[in-house]
Design a protein around this ligand. Sequence first.
Ligand SMILES: *Cc1c(COP(=O)(O)O)cnc(C)c1O
Length: 375
Amino acid sequence: MSVDAVETMISVPYVDLGADPSSELARELLASVQEILTSGQFILGAAVDEFERQFAEVCGVKHAIGVGNGTEAIILTLRGLGIGAGDEVITAANSFLASASAIVMAGATPVFADVRDDLNLDPAAVEAVITERTKAILPVHLTGRPAEMGALLEIAERHGLRVIEDAAQAVGAASNGLPVGSFGAAGCFSLHPLKNLAAAGDGGVITTNDDRLADWLRQARNHGLRDRNTCDFWSVNSRLDALQAAMLTVKLRCLDKWTVARRANAAYYRERLADVVTVPIEKPEEYSVYHTFVIQAERRDELQRFLAERRIGSAVHYPIPIHLQPAAMDLGYRLGSLPVTERLAGQILSLPVHPKLNEEQLAHVVRAIRDFYGA
Ligand SMILES: *Cc1c(COP(=O)(O)O)cnc(C)c1O
């Protein structure tokens, strides 16, 4: 077969979530499931405790609290910090919509600040929208790149605000050697199947160094129960399943390896694409984990179709900024409110960057993009 014929057969799925049944990982996952099935301990218990202990260690914090999903992690954290009706929380509009919907579901009002070309909150824009009702800043470590925590924490300190990190995309990322999830009053993580550390279903986890908040959250995820029969406050049922926790503990051992593979894929793209599209860079103090590898491209939609013709998956995270969602109508934003966010929405494209990609696939993506731009 000619080189061209081989080339035309390569396909590059955007994600590849299934486990190879013959792999060592699949065997270990099944063994962990078997253990839970045999024990009959399905709700909370030792498997959840162990996952929480190890997750806290990874994030360099005292406490990790497993919850139902990443969205509820944010809702519960806001409630736990006493943030609700009449309060404003500043966040980014170029995130998954849960960053904002969680604020609304906690009873508070999301206020959007614009981002910079690095896709993360612009600290100056954050400071500009602070009012006497602002209670917290909720930076998103979008794409797995740490937000500018130094500046945001300084602003929060000066204005007496809490900082809650939406670290759903950023497990393992660090800034100045400190893990995300350890900067703010709390860090909120998602364990959704698409995230870098993924459950076989929904899951979430909250990190904090605050003993009182941790105690409150453990109670709040379990109906507000202090013990089996005493309820101190009304709350929801939002627990991380023991089955998920057991599998996640197995997967946690692979997280570093997967992150290194994502970072190598990102470096491969960066070296070979920087002259034709805008690629994400890394500052010396940043350690990004590339949940997504987001380029900024001219003729983005055309490029995406061109890639699809060459069997290369890609995605747009996210095509409609949150402030322009139908659900956000009553918040009073319009086209033009957040110029950088809105411009980026038309230029961003997420390339496949998952750890299972091989060099042939990466080269296929690079060749396709260079061909598209005639480079
Ligand atoms: C995935 C995600 C969430 C929500 O997590 P779920 O577990 O799906 O509820 C919140 N914020 C961001 C930035 C996300 O990527």
